[in-house]
Design a protein around this ligand. Sequence first.
Ligand code: SF4
Length: 232
Amino acid sequence: MTDSENKIIHQLELPVKLDSATILTYLRLDNTNKRMEEMARELADMALAAARPRAIYQVSPVCGIDGDAVDIDGTIFTSRVFSKHLINQNTVYPFIATAGRELDELPIPAKDMMRQYCLDVIKTVVLVSGIDYLSDYLKSKYSLSQVALMNPGEIKAWPLTEQKPLFALFGGGERQIGVTLSESGVMKPVKSRSGILFPNDTGFLSCRLCTQFQCPGRRAAYDPELEKEYMT
Ligand code: SF4
């Protein structure tokens, strides 16, 4: 792989996947609440017609590790999770993905709290399924057998302040998918996510370090002992 290849920002259109069962799970409902289910179906149809989720990613070299600091393509990230898991890795895949501003522009009255809530959940499902697609796409394209991914701010072991170096890697390329980052580290559209995907065959899942106990997308139980390993 050449240096010039490493600097390319790839853009990917993400498919919109909105199945009722997933939406109901995220709404924490079973299929006995027919009114809510009908509202969710109606909003999902609107979202399917309007949504244009997309992502950018890079193929970036791991240039060095010093304590908890990891040099990725000349930018320093600080996290023991990375310093532990990237020891034998040459390449990682930073990304920024968004459900897209088109869903923020759907004409739902601000006062209609129920519909607003339902639409918020639908945007989350669009984003989460888009990131699952991106992960599978990268695995297939770069022949990665197993991968893990982390998002800044999701867990204490990789705080939100790490958004800045992550966006610095893209050098403003996030504008091509309509994403901006505020000084305080908040992305717009809000239903956007940045992160780094990396080859990993240990089964590492950031959910094991995450204390967002109500998260409907949790993939593994919180493990306080494991968190201590990464924080002390
Ligand atoms: S529990 Fe939810 S928020 Fe926490 S790492 Fe897992 S998917 Fe992310």
